[in-house]
Structure formats: structure tokens, C-alpha cells
Design a protein around this ligand. Sequence first.
Ligand code: FAQ
Length: 314
Amino acid sequence: MQVQVQDEKELAKEKAFQARIDAGEKIEPKDWMPERYRKQLIRMMSQHAHSEIVGMLPEGNWITRAPSLRRKAALLAKVQDEAGHGLYLYSAAETLGIEREELIYQLNSGKAKYSSIFNYPTLSWADIGAIGWLVDGAAIINQVALTKASYGPYARAMVRICKEESFHQRQGFEIMNTLASGTDAQKKMAQDALNRWWWPSLMMFGPPDDNSPNSADLMAWRVKSDSNDTLRQKFVDRVAPQAEFMGLRIPDDKLKFHPETESYTFGEIDWAEFNHVIRGNGPCNKQRMRARQKAHEEGAWVREAALAYASKQA
Ligand code: FAQ
């Protein structure tokens, strides 16, 4: 009897929670929320934070080799922005009652995922253009949708992040466009980067809708407002004309524009490759994990000093 009353109470709370979401209200940290909502948000927001942090590594690789002072300054600022995004997102995740230390442990021990895209190498300067144009371009499409997320701290972090990602996307496009209208060797370098980053960029949006186990809950709770496939399609429709404008060829023989729908159809994504990468076996997974673990170990004295200072002040 006691259990039944408890269940009924819980059900009524869940119903009231869903009604708030359906009415477009934001859920704030101190509000009641179902445990599953809290857990899903911690999973998604912390994976997002980890992606921003690991995402600094492929581009960081080119800071010392940027071709001019202007390019170096822009790349430095961009990489620094990604660190900032990681920090906002860790802070936002902490409002759900999990410690930053635990989140970092999950990343460094390989328990937590981060975006598949950052397990690919940056082999030439054009890759920096391709990352800004395609990877930040994909991130913006995904994150603009998340500015409407039902969890207040996440939605608000997304607004600021999207503004910065938009600058990142433009600097990437400018690098690609400069290379694509340069010498034959530069054009070849831009095309080669597009060839290597195209398919992994499409994979960033996650598995197809019929194989996306988290989507149903996240969409019912209005964390995600669009499905993985819907956002992927939006990305292709936006980027394909940009490639054409630059005189670059998207490496997909099946890519086709349909004037009647003003939309493109495209070829099959290699989901076996995606699964291979998210299971830790992509070209750079091990290197990325080692770099994060090393940074964490080498930063131990900074954390200790900060804690000692804070306890002295208290
Ligand atoms: N990589 O059921 P779904 C950026 C996992 S930020 C690795 O569809 P969901 C900025 C997924 O976690 C890029 N794993 O999952 C930047 C789940 O596994 P789990 C990051 C992936 O959550 C630019 C399983 O597959 N952005 O780029 C991936 O509904 C340049 C089943 O998937 C965000 O995190 C993947 N690509 O949808 C930085 C945005 N896709 O946890 C530096 C927020 C799926 O059950 C330089 N996140 N998985 O074990 C999202 O929008 C969603 O979480 C999705 C996945 C769309 C990523």
C-alpha cells in the first residue's frame, strides 16, 4: 500500500513536470526533475563538454605552424574559446549535482564519450580550414537547436557558445576559400582536407534516427528539438552550395540537388567506421586520451595550489 501511494505521488510529479515542459517552461537546477532526465542531461552535457576540451587538440597541433601572424592569432583565440565552452558546459552540468572531478575522471578513464570527429588527425593547414568550416558548421546547426533546450543552464550556455562558433565557422570558411582560390597546390590541399573531413562531419550528428536510443526521451523532454537525421540534412543543404561556390567537390557520387524540394540527397554513411571510432579505435583515440591524461597529471600542482589558496581565504 505504502509503495503504491509512493508510485502515485511520483507519477503525479512526472506528469506536472512534463506539463511544464510542454508549456515551454525552462527547468532550473533547484526544480524537481525525474532522475532519468537528470541522468540523460548529465550524460549529454558532459559528453558535450568533453568534446570541446578534446576538440582543442587537433587544432592546437597547428598553432605553432600557422602560415601568418593573423592566422595564428585567430587560431589561438578559437582554441581558447573551445576551452571556455568546455568550462561553461562543465559548470552547467555541475548544477545537476555532479562534481567536476567526477566528470573529468569519467573522461580520463575512458568511461565517457566525446565527439567522434576529434579522433581524426590534422595532416595539413587546410585541415584547420575544414574543421572551422565543417566541424564548427555542424556544431552550430546542432547547437542552435539546443538553445531551445528545456534545461535552463544548458540552453543559456548554448546561446553564448553559438555566437562564438559562428566566428569559428567563418574563419574556417575563409581559410578554405583562400586555399581553394590559390595555387594548384593550395587548391589540392583544400580538396584533400574536404575529402577526409566530409564523412566524419556527417557522423557528428549521431546514428540514424531508427538507431538512436536516447532520442525519444530527449525529444519528449524537449532537450533535443530536432532528430539526428533532420539536423544532418540541414547541414548538407547548407554546406553543399558553399563547396560549389569555392569550386571544391564533395566526395560523394550520390550527392544530388533536387530543385523541387531545394534539398540534397546523399550517399550512405559508413556506420561501421563510426562505431569503430566511438568504441575507441579511431585513428587518434589513444593519442587524444594520452594527451588529456598527461595534461591532468601535469596540472595537479595547479589544482592543489588553487585549493590551498581557497582554503586560506575561507
Ligand atoms: N561521437 O542515442 P544517440 C564541437 C553516441 S562540439 C561520439 O543518438 P544522443 C565544438 C551517444 O553519445 C561537438 N559518440 O545519442 C568544437 C550515445 O552513446 P551513450 C559535440 C556519439 O545523445 C568544434 C550513442 O552514440 N557536440 O564540435 C556521437 O541522443 C571544433 C547513441 O546515440 C555535442 O555534444 C558522436 N558523434 O545524440 C570544438 C552536442 N553521436 O552516451 C572544437 C550535444 C552519438 O548512450 C573544435 N549533443 N554518439 O553511450 C548532442 O546533440 C547529442 O548528444 C548527439 C547524440 C547528437 C551528439
